[in-house]
Unconditional design. Structure first.
Lengths: 358, 320
């Protein structure tokens, strides 16, 4: 038996997505590389405008109609999706790769019954009769936990609750048993209790159907719940990527630290103040020089405004990559201080680094 | 829903009564000319005038006249008799309705098809040359008055006087029952003229509406499902984009049924508009009054139909 080279389900290589606007070129995605293994979950984390949604929409070719300039490779089972024709890509969309979106109400067509929209998704890729597709639609609604699916299949989206709509969207995504499901902020628009239900549903479906999931979110809680691997995006780039336990246990990028310190934890004492990340995400038209994060980074050194850090493996951790100009041992000292509850300034002093020039 | 429709119908009836009262005020009370003199024509002698006054009930108190008038309209659909030809206004109007309907509905088909096609094509490639050209053309057509456009197409294409003698011109109209083919060909130019301005308006409307709709999240979902672009645009985009257009479509049909005066006059089509035009030139008040009421009826009915259609087009709208 010949040993085939290891081929991940999805491998994105040096993907760039740019949009020309009147104000200038928006570098929405700026050379990102990641991969997703079969049956695994990748969490892509970042603030609004970090390019995480654009990157995923590009995987499905959904940015093409918006006039995006796309370069790089998106290898799905070895086929480069960037190079496929619209027709070839359409055969994959909703079939082998499905996507669900943030706001389930606006994502469902208000004038068509839920069942109709499911049947449409099935018949787009399967040569089945309407009756067969309808039976499958009922089955799918049952699968995602909609009660009384044979009756609810004839409801309009506005007759569903928010959580049910997202379940219906998930059912639509699963219609053709995709190998990869991209979930773009699937719980953001939902109530907290419903959020947990939807995440549990996704996990159950993943176990039962064996599909890989890319979950895009700004919510580290969701990532902690779902993801095997994590990619942290900032200003169109991946700044840190590693298995989830490493990202939560020993993160190395100041932005990741900022994200982790800005969410409340139940275990933390009340005195552990939340530390927000100062400033706002940069414009993707006029990006900061050097390390894109340096204007907001408490640990930035003067030359960080000049040098653009590459994404590199952390010494001794082959699965952990980070794009930071600080020395690895400095980063570790800083994180140790932060984890002990110190504020960024205190950590800076304790690690023996000069403070910001300002 | 049923209750809503009933309420809407009752409201329509109330509106009709109001309009009827208004026409009574307009044609009987406001001093225009003495109806008896108009009726008598050249034969007016005091004796004849007195007889006519008696026949028409003009010597009764106004309120009694009003009562008789309203009773006639709503119980017997009695709109009086032409001063000019003695024919009953009711029969005159009924005999002319098929011709106006031919003109208006044929024109509506043309403008809807043309407006949809141009609007969709423009919306798919906004700011392209094709889009700019069609929107520019639309602007010209919107600005062109109907009677002018009518005369221009007759000058260009009419079989008798045109530069290119292609289509039958003015006065060639025959009813659909007497010769369907001739009916069809004689209406080609009038349809185009009726359709031109509306097609332009609809193209712009549909373009704008569709561009907006194509930015909706559910369009992204439709694409993500792997549907063909054709299906995404027509089934998902247009289905939503068409709604505001259908609202206006109903009203346009209603208005045009009651007021296609210019095109019918230019092409000499004996429809309601033409009837109205002739009646105005002869000061034939009962006919003018009848056509005014008919126009009001068309508009009110169209309005109700549009409201009902809306509930079916948009499942979120359920009137209570």
């Amino acid at each position: 038996m010949s040993v085939a080279p290891h081929q991940p389900l999805l491998r994105v290589e040096d993907l760039h997505v740019e949009f020309s606007t009147e104000d200038g070129v928006v570098h929405a995605v700026d050379g990102i590389t990641y991969q997703v293994e079969r049956g695994r979950t990748l969490g892509i984390v970042g603030e609004s405008g970090s390019g995480k949604t654009v990157a995923s929409m590009t995987t499905l070719g959904l940015t093409r109609s918006q006039g995006a300039q796309i370069s790089g490779r998106i290898l799905f089972e070895g086929r480069d999706l960037v190079a496929l024709s619209d027709g070839e890509l359409r055969a994959i969309r909703g079939n082998e790769i499905a996507m669900i979106f943030q706001d389930p109400l606006s994502s469902l067509h208000p004038f068509y019954k839920v069942g109709y929209q499911l049947i449409e998704a099935i018949r787009a890729h399967r040569d089945v009769t309407k009756a067969q597709a309808r039976a499958r639609a009922v089955e799918l609604l049952g699968l995602v936990g909609i009660p009384d699916p044979s009756r609810r299949v004839d409801d309009y989206p506005h007759e569903f609750s928010g959580g049910m709509r997202q379940r219906a969207m998930i059912a639509m995504g699963l219609a053709n048993e995709p190998k990869l499901l991209i979930a773009d902020e699937p719980t953001t628009a939902l109530d907290v209790t419903v959020q947990a239900q939807i995440l549990a549903l996704l996990e159950r479906l993943q176990r039962e159907l064996g599909m890989a999931i890319v979950i895009i979110t700004h919510d580290l809680g969701v990532v902690a719940e779902m993801a095997d691997d994590v990619a942290v995006m900032y200003a169109g780039r991946i700044v840190e990527t590693a298995p989830a336990e490493i990202v939560f246990g020993g993160p190395e990028h100041p932005y990741t630290w900022g994200l982790l310190k800005s969410i409340p934890t139940l275990g933390g004492s009340r005195e552990d103040d939340l530390v927000p990340i100062p400033g706002t995400p940069p414009s993707l038209i006029n990006r900061p020089s050097g390390c894109h994060f340096h204007p907001r980074c408490p640990y930035a050194q003067p030359d960080h405004a000049r040098i653009d850090p590459p994404l590199q493996a952390v010494p001794g951790e082959p699965t952990h990559h980070v794009a930071c100009l600080l020395e690895a041992d400095v980063r570790r000292r800083l994180w140790a201080e932060l984890r002990a509850g110190r504020l960024p300034d205190e950590a800076l002093a304790a690690a023996g680094l000069p403070g910001e020039p300002s | 829903m049923t209750r809503y429709i009933i309420r809407r119908l009752l409201w329509g009836v109330a509106l009709l009564i109001l309009v009827s009262a208004l026409t009574f005020v307009l044609f009987r009370i406001l001093p225009t000319a003495d109806p008896a003199k108009l009726r008598a024509g050249r034969l007016s002698s005091p004796k004849i005038l007195a007889e006519i006054r008696n026949d028409l009930g003009l010597n009764k108190p106004l309120l009694t006249q009003f009562w008789i008038y309203m009773k006639g309209i709503f119980l017997h659909f009695n709109l009086g008799y032409s001063y000019y030809s003695d024919a009953s206004v009711k029969s005159l109007i009924f005999s002319r309705i098929p011709d106006t309907v031919s003109l208006v509905f044929g024109g509506a088909v043309v403008w809807l098809v043309a407006g949809l096609t141009v609007g969709i094509i423009s919306a798919r490639r906004p700011r392209s040359r094709l889009d700019r050209a069609s929107m520019g053309g639309a602007l010209v057509l919107v600005s062109a008055p109907e009677y002018w456009l009518g005369l221009i197409v007759l000058y260009l294409f009419a079989a008798d006087i045109g530069r290119l003698r292609i289509f039958p011109g003015a006065g060639s109209y025959v009813g659909v029952t007497s010769d369907p083919w001739k009916w069809f060909t004689s209406l080609i130019l009038p349809w185009l003229v009726v359709a031109a301005g509306n097609a332009a308006i609809y193209a712009r409307l549909i373009r704008g509406s569709l561009i907006e709709t194509m930015g909706e999240d559910y369009i992204r979902t439709a694409r993500a499902k792997g549907l063909s672009e054709r299906r995404v645009v027509l089934r998902h985009g247009l289905r939503s984009a068409i709604n505001p257009v259908m609202t206006i479509f109903g009203l346009d049909i209603g208005v045009l049924l009651g007021s296609s005066v210019l095109v019918e006059t230019v092409f000499d089509i004996p429809g309601i508009g033409r009837l109205n035009y002739d009646a105005i030139t002869h000061s034939d008040f009962p006919i003018v009054q009848g056509t005014v009421l008919l126009a009001a009826l068309f508009i009110i009915v169209a309005n109700i139909l549009v409201d009902i259609a809306y509930a079916y087009l948009d499942p979120r709208v359920r009137y209570s």
